[in-house]
Design a protein around this ligand. Structure first.
Ligand SMILES: Cc1ncc(COP(=O)(O)O)c(C=O)c1O
Length: 385
C-alpha cells in the first residue's frame, strides 16, 4: 500500500512537535501559557449564535446550493461593493471555508511543475497547498527593514515562464504588516504584465490598527485575474463555524465550484445563517478590535524593552513577530522557552526562510496571560544575554 506523491509531498504542521511537548508538560501538571494560537480568544457574538440556533430550529439543516445561500452571497457582494469598492455581484461569490477557498484556487490553477509565488515570511499552509497540487512554492521576500513591505526586485527576479500564481496576504500573518497602496499597485502591474492569477487573502481585513485595508479588487482591470479570499473566523471570532468565501470572475467560480460540489457539497448550512447576522454586527467587531488594540500596545511596549529583541509594531492582525539576536534556530528557541518557561510560541522558521531567528506571538490571549507570559519571556532572554 503506497501513499500518493501528493500527500507525501505535504509536511505536517511545523509546530506539531511543540504541541506534543506542551501536552506532555500539561499532563505533568504544568500550566502552559499559549501564544501560539491563530484565533481570537473571544466567543462568537451571542446574536450570531442565536441566529444560527433559530435557523436550526426552523429546519435550515439541509444542504444549501453549492455556492451558498443566495441571500448571503448577495450580502457579501454588497459588502465588497460598499466597504471595499470592488465592483462585484452575487454571481461572483462562493461561500466556503477560507482555507478551502485558497485550496480550491490552488487546485484549480496549479498543474505539476507550475510555480506559485508566496510571501516569505508567510502563512504556513500556502506552501503545503501548492505541494499538494504538485506545484513549486517560491517564497518572495517581504522586506523587514521596511516594515515587511514588498521587495519588488526580489519578486520580479522570481518570475519565470512557469510562474502561474501569486498569493498576497494583507494584513499579514505572521508579520502584522499592511500593504500600502503602492505595494498593491506594484502587484497589479506585475500580475497584468505576466498574466498571473492573483489570490488576495484578506482574512485579517477587520483587525487593523493603522493604515487602511486596500483590496487589489479596486482596480477594475485586475478583476479578470483576481481571486479574493475572506471570511468570518478572525473578524467575528468564528473559527469553528468554517465559513468564509471566495470572490472571482464567473468563469473561475464555475470551474472551482466543481471542487466544492464533489468534496464538501456546501459550507455548513446553519453557520451560513449565523453569518447572515454576523455581517450586520459591526459593534462586536469594533469591541474586539478595541481589546486587541489595548493588548497590542502592551505587548509591543513590553517586548521592545527586552534586550536582544527587535520588534515591529504590527499594523494589523493579532500577531507580533520579533527578531532575536541570538544564534539559536527558532525551532530550538521555541522548544527551550516551552521547556524552561512553559510558554508556547510559534518558531519563525515555520513561516519561511526569512522567518528564521524570529518567533510569532499571538496576543489573542487574556491580558493576565500576556502580563505573566511576557514577564517569563523577559526572564528567559535576560538569562541568554
Ligand atoms: C493568513 C490566513 N489565511 C487563511 C486562514 C484560514 O482561515 P479559516 O480558518 O477561516 O479557514 C488563516 C487561519 O489561520 C490565516 O492565518
Amino acid at each position: 500500500m503506497e501513499f500518493s506523491e501528493r500527500v507525501l509531498s505535504m509536511s505536517p504542521s511545523g509546530t506539531l512537535k511543540l504541541v506534543e511537548l506542551a501536552n506532555q508538560l500539561k499532563l505533568k501538571g504544568h500550566r502552559i501559557i499559549s501564544f501560539a494560537v491563530g484565533e481570537p480568544d473571544f466567543t462568537t457574538p451571542q446574536t450570531v449564535i442565536e441566529a444560527a440556533y433559530e435557523a436550526a430550529k426552523n429546519g435550515k439543516t439541509h444542504y444549501t446550493p453549492p455556492l451558498g445561500i443566495r441571500e448571503l452571497r448577495e450580502k457579501i457582494a454588497e459588502k465588497y461593493q460598499r466597504e471595499n469598492h470592488v465592483n462585484v455581484s452575487a454571481e461572483n461569490v462562493m461561500v466556503t471555508p477560507a482555507k478551502m477557498a485558497i485550496f480550491m484556487a490552488v487546485a484549480g490553477f496549479v498543474d505539476p511543475g507550475d510555480e506559485v509565488l508566496i510571501p516569505d515570511p508567510g502563512w504556513v499552509s500556502y506552501k503545503e497547498m501548492v505541494h499538494f497540487a504538485r506545484g513549486k512554492p517560491v517564497g518572495y521576500r517581504l522586506d523587514e527593514e521596511k516594515d515587511y513591505s514588498l521587495d519588488i526586485d526580489d519578486l520580479l527576479g522570481k518570475i519565470n515562464s512557469k510562474t502561474k500564481m501569486i498569493i498576497i496576504n494583507s494584513p499579514s500573518n505572521p508579520t502584522g504588516t499592511v500593504f500600502s497602496q503602492d505595494d498593491i499597485k506594484a502587484i497589479r502591474d506585475i500580475v497584468l504584465d505576466y498574466n498571473l492569477v492573483l489570490v488576495s487573502d484578506e482574512i485579517y481585513e477587520k483587525i487593523i490598527y493603522e493604515g487602511e485595508h486596500i483590496s487589489p479588487g479596486i482596480y477594475e482591470e485586475l478583476l479578470g485575474n483576481l481571486i479574493i479570499v475572506n471570511g468570518f473566523s478572525k473578524s467575528h471570532a468564528m473559527t469553528g463555524w468554517r465559513i468564509g468565501y471566495l470572490i472571482a470572475p464567473k468563469d473561475i467560480i464555475n470551474q472551482l465550484s466543481k471542487i466544492q460540489q464533489h468534496t464538501i457539497s456546501c459550507a455548513p448550512s446553519i453557520a451560513q445563517y449565523g453569518v447572515l447576522r454576523a455581517l450586520e454586527d459591526k459593534e462586536s467587531v469594533k469591541r474586539m478590535v478595541e481589546e486587541f488594540t489595548r493588548r497590542r500596545e502592551f505587548v509591543y511596549n513590553s517586548l521592545k524593552e527586552i534586550d536582544g529583541l527587535d520588534v515591529m509594531k504590527p499594523r494589523g492582525t493579532f500577531y507580533v513577530f520579533p527578531r532575536y539576536k541570538y544564534p539559536i534556530p527558532s525551532g530550538e528557541l521555541a522548544e527551550k522557552i516551552l521547556m524552561e518557561k512553559h510558554i508556547a510560541l510559534t518558531p519563525g522558521s515555520a513561516f519561511g526562510k526569512y522567518g528564521e531567528y524570529h518567533f510569532r506571538l499571538s496576543f489573542a490571549s487574556s491580558m493576565e496571560n500576556l502580563e505573566e507570559g511576557i514577564s517569563r519571556l523577559r526572564d528567559f532572554f535576560s538569562s541568554l544575554s
